[in-house]
Structure formats: C-alpha cells, structure tokens
Design a protein around this ligand. Structure first.
Ligand code: KG4
Ligand code: ZN
Length: 334
C-alpha cells in the first residue's frame, strides 16, 4: 500500500501543535508550542488568551513542522484535526487552519477525537495489538476504555465528578504549588511519605471513579490541622494523595482487564506522565502477566503527533469530514 503522510493539527487547549505522521506510526516531524508560561501567571489556562495565542502562532508552527519533516504541502496526503473536546475558541483556530489546508490541497479532512489521539500516542511507541484496555487519565477525562480492534472504543467506566488531572491541579492549588499542578505534585510526592489518613475513593465493584471526595479530604485535613496550629508537611500530603489516586486507578484497571480477558494495557493523557503510576502499573502488570505500553513522556500531554497517529486509523474506518465540520467543546469518544 502507498505511504500515507498525515499533517495533524492539535489546538484544543494551550498547546499549538502540528505533526507529520506516516502510516500511523512514523513521526516525521512534530512541533509543540506550549503557552504554559503565559497561563502560569494566572494559575490556569485563560481561554481567551489561549485562542489568541493560537492565532498568532499557527502559521509559524505549520512552517516549522514542514521544515522539520523536509516536506511541502505537496507531500501531504490528508489533514487530521482535533475537532473536540476542548476549549471552543482554541479548537476553532486549529479547525479553521485544517479546513483551509484541506481546501487548498484538495486532500481529505480527518476528524479526530482528542482522547482517541491520547490513546494512539502509544501507537508511536509500539503498534497496538487488540483487544486492549486503555486507562485514560487527563485533565478533562478519567476513563477505562475497552478496544476490541483499531478505532473501536467502548467506555466501561469513568469519573462521576472530577477528572484525575483536575484533582491533581486542585490539590496543587491547596498546597500552594504553582501551575501546572500535576507534574509539580508528582515531584513533591516523590520526596514525601504516605503519612496522612486519606480515604480510598469509590472503592466499589464498578469501573467508575470519583476524585472530588478525596480532593475535599485533602482540603479539610489541611484546614483542620492549620486550625490546631499544626503545620502540614506538603510532601507527605502530596505522597498520601498520590498513593490513594494510583491505588484506586490500578485496582480497577487490573480488575477490568481480568473481567474483559485482555492482556494488553495502555495509558493515555497528561497524568500518564506520572512516575508513581507508571512504576506501579509496570510491576502490577508484570505480576499479572500483562503487557503495558506507556507513551513517550513528551507525548503524554497535548501534541499533534498523537492526532496524526489516530487520524490514520480513523481514515481507514472511513472517517472523513466535509468542510462544514464544526468544533465540539464536549463529545463522547466513539
Ligand atoms: O492530557 P492533558 O495534557 O490535557 C487534557 O487533555 O486534559 O493533561 C493535562 C493534565 C493536567 O491536569 C496536569 O496537571 C496533568 O495532566 N499532569 C500530571 C502530570 N503531568 C501532567 N498529573 C500527575 N502527574 C504528572 N506527572
Ligand atoms: Zn489532552
């Protein structure tokens, strides 16, 4: 079969990113322009600023991506775009660029769900084999997804309230840790001990998760100790929180794998960069005879390489959009 070079665009939050991916597996060139430093001043992503910065940066990111891959638009066979979910203003900038490129090149436009992208970041490490279980842990999602084949997603459980990344970011704020919260809590926790008595959240027979109670428990514990004039030890509180999060994620994931008779596990989304989660999953999978694939650290958080990888398999399933494709702030993974 002829090689297929996909130019992928991702702009759903605060990263302007483009990539050229060949046949769903080969990364020919990726550029990720993060706005993190700008948003850090405000303690979180400011949607209006994010979309304006996408407008300013997107043409430059396109030029740089083509240069990196030593290609021109003539070498591109299709355009893949994150149409959602995400910040609507941010999504629209990438989408407009993608539609324009599809129009001027006459090449197909492939719509990609952001979480499908996170899942396929693993395909850049090793070609996925099915059936598999995907543990999706990002700033907006916490889901267990069963995949019986390429581009087939069956959600078997998800969070009832906060996403795990969101809980990390909120706990970071309570502990006075600067944005971005997740990676900083991760670092702090590695220097601490699990000394605080926090609950294991939603420890039931379902495959659902709940993190808002655990987050409140952290807030209340800090508040109560402060009222008694007792200083909280931030690294220990971070380690206790992180242990509870990883314990419940791993417990339910492993149970789901047994129930669905799958032996392959992938993790996806920003929180898949978490060292404790990776290390513990790796040993638990080994104990159970399961194979674990983890995305490269640089492709755990938002990037277009993962969209290009997912786009290839979306295309094979006939997912081609017309030029009236719209952005969606929320959308089910399907
Ligand atoms: O996937 P992502 O880049 O954006 C969404 O699609 O939501 O994930 C961002 C989330 C943030 O909540 C961030 O704090 C969290 O991933 N995160 C981490 C780590 N690195 C990023 N959480 C825990 N440990 C990390 N090392
Ligand atoms: Zn993401």
């Amino acid at each position: 079969m002829k090689d297929m070079n996909i130019l992928a665009i991702e702009s759903s939050c605060d990263e302007t990113s483009m990539a050229i991916i060949r046949n769903g597996t080969d990364n020919l060139g990726t550029v990720v322009l993060s706005q993190m430093d700008t948003h850090a001043t405000f303690g979180g992503v400011v949607p209006e600023i994010a979309s304006r910065m996408h407008v300013e940066n997107i043409t430059m990111v396109l030029e740089e991506t083509l240069n990196k891959a030593h290609m021109t638009l003539d070498d591109i066979d299709a355009i893949a775009i994150t149409y959602g979910p995400g910040l609507i203003g941010s999504l629209l900038i990438g989408l407009q660029a993608a539609k324009t490129l599809a129009f001027i090149t006459g090449k197909p436009l492939i719509p990609v769900h952001h979480i499908a992208g996170h899942i396929y970041a693993n395909n850049l490490v090793k070609r996925l084999e099915f059936p598999l279980m995907a543990l999706v842990v990002s700033g907006g999602h916490t889901e267990l997804v069963y995949m019986k084949e390429d581009y087939s997603f069956e959600k078997i459980g998800g969070t009832l309230d906060d996403a795990v990344g969101e809980a990390y970011d909120k706990v970071a704020r309570v502990l006075g840790i600067p944005y971005p919260g997740g990676p900083n809590v991760d670092k702090l926790a590695s220097a601490g001990k699990d000394t605080y008595n926090l609950p294991l959240p939603l420890d039931d027979d379902s495959f659902n998760f709940s993190f808002s109670g655990l987050k409140s428990a952290v807030i209340n514990l800090k508040h109560n100790l402060n009222q008694k004039g007792i200083e909280v030890i931030p690294e220990n509180l971070a380690a206790s929180f992180q242990n509870r999060v990883t314990e419940i994620l791993i417990k339910k994931t492993i149970r789901a794998m047994h129930k669905y008779h799958v032996k392959k596990l992938i993790i996806a989304g920003g929180v898949s960069a978490n060292k404790t989660l990776r290390d513990r999953l790796s040993s638990v999978c080994e104990e159970n005879g399961f194979e674990l694939i983890t995305p490269e650290l640089k492709y755990c958080t938002d990037n277009a390489a993962m969209i290009g990888a997912a786009g290839y398999y979306a295309y094979q399933k006939g997912r081609i959009a017309s030029l009236d494709l719209n952005a969606k702030a929320t959308d089910t993974l399907q």
